[in-house]
Write a protein that binds this ligand. Structure first.
Ligand SMILES: CC(C)(COP(=O)(O)OP(=O)(O)OC[C@H]1O[C@@H](n2cnc3c(N)ncnc32)[C@H](O)[C@@H]1OP(=O)(O)O)[C@@H](O)C(=O)NCCC(=O)NCCS
Length: 155
């Protein structure tokens, strides 16, 4: 299934379900996403490929964004008890600040995500650019994830 945008400014933006042939590309984008969000527990490309293969096989819905033939980003989501959990959302580095993130989210919501569930996601507290994006496109702050590592003492 492919979605063609008709009511937003980016006329050639489409979203399609990822297939096994997309795994290498998706793993690379996931690698870049981890770099961009300064992920504290990065995975190797090999691990990302294996995880993406698992996800595509059914653990998650993996969706590729394209502008014409050119890949411009991807999203990973699944339905959970509380809502549609948007685990990954990524726009390629060389195509940012052109409205693609907003347009892709609008398309996701219109054509791919359940209409009767809230969309929920987590953002690292230091990923201030992404937080600014989410707030700009309509998300509201909800909760705070906390962590204690095995080497942290209880104080
Ligand atoms: C966050 C991300 C998806 C935004 O995609 P994008 O296509 O550049 O976003 P848009 O062009 O649609 O931006 C829409 C609005 O969001 C806000 N915004 C987007 N990027 C921003 C940034 N870096 N800093 C501040 N505000 C930003 C702006 O208000 C922008 O509107 P404007 O350009 O008219 O000012 C993209 O930067 C990205 O993939 N980042 C790395 C991955 C990541 O962190 N994902 C989220 C994990 S929680």
């Amino acid at each position: 299934m492919t979605t063609r945008i008709d009511d937003l400014a980016i006329a050639d933006l489409t979203i399609a379900r990822a297939v096994p042939a997309d795994i290498a590309c998706l793993a690379q984008l996931n690698f870049e996403l981890m770099e961009d969000e300064a992920h504290p527990y990065p995975l190797t490309l090999e691990d990302l490929r294996a995880r993406m293969a698992r996800w595509i096989a059914g653990e998650y819905q993996v969706l590729l964004f394209r502008r014409g033939e050119r890949v411009c980003g991807y999203a990973v989501w699944r339905a959970e008890d509380r809502g549609a959990y948007l685990r990954h959302f990524y726009i390629c580095r060389d195509q940012r600040r052109e409205g693609l993130g907003r347009a892709a989210l609008a398309l996701l919501r219109r054509d791919w995500l359940p209409r009767d569930l809230p969309i929920q996601l987590e953002a690292a507290i230091w990923n201030t650019d992404a937080i600014a994006f989410w707030r700009a496109v309509g998300f509201k702050d909800f909760g705070l994830t906390l962590e204690m590592t095995p080497s942290d003492p209880v104080t």
